[in-house]
Design a protein around this ligand. Structure first.
Ligand SMILES: [Zn+2]
Length: 105
C-alpha cells in the first residue's frame, strides 16, 4: 500500500529562500517611470499641474477642471505634440509651456 510521507520542510532552507533580493535595475533603455509633477489648487474646481513633458522634458503648466465626473485625461504637449502626462480630471482648460522649475540651467 502506498503511503505518502508528510513532507518535512527543512527550516534552514525556508529561511534562506525568504531573503529579499535587491530589485534588479532595468537597464534596457525603458522610459523612466517617474516624472516631475507638482499639483496646485487640487482642492479647487480648477486645478493646476506643473510638470515636465514625458517625452521632451519641456516645462508645462496645465489648468484642468477637477470636478466630477473625472476621467483619465491625456495632456498633450504643445511643444512636441505627444502625450505629456496623464491626469485625473474632467477636462483640460489650457496647457502652457513654462520654464521647467526642475531644470538646472
Ligand atoms: Zn513634449
Amino acid at each position: 500500500m502506498n503511503y505518502e510521507k508528510p513532507k518535512k520542510r527543512n527550516p534552514q532552507e525556508t529561511e534562506s529562500s525568504k531573503q529579499y533580493k535587491p530589485r534588479p535595475r532595468s537597464e534596457q533603455g525603458e522610459p523612466q517611470a517617474c516624472q516631475h509633477l507638482r499639483l496646485l489648487d487640487c482642492n479647487k474646481p480648477v486645478s493646476r499641474a506643473i510638470f515636465e513633458c514625458y517625452h521632451c522634458q519641456e516645462g508645462l503648466l496645465c489648468e484642468y477642471k477637477n470636478v466630477l465626473p473625472v476621467q483619465d485625461i491625456d495632456v498633450r504637449c504643445p511643444s512636441c505634440g505627444k502625450i505629456a502626462i496623464k491626469l485625473i480630471g474632467q477636462e483640460v482648460i489650457s496647457t502652457t509651456v513654462i520654464p521647467s522649475p526642475w531644470k538646472s540651467v
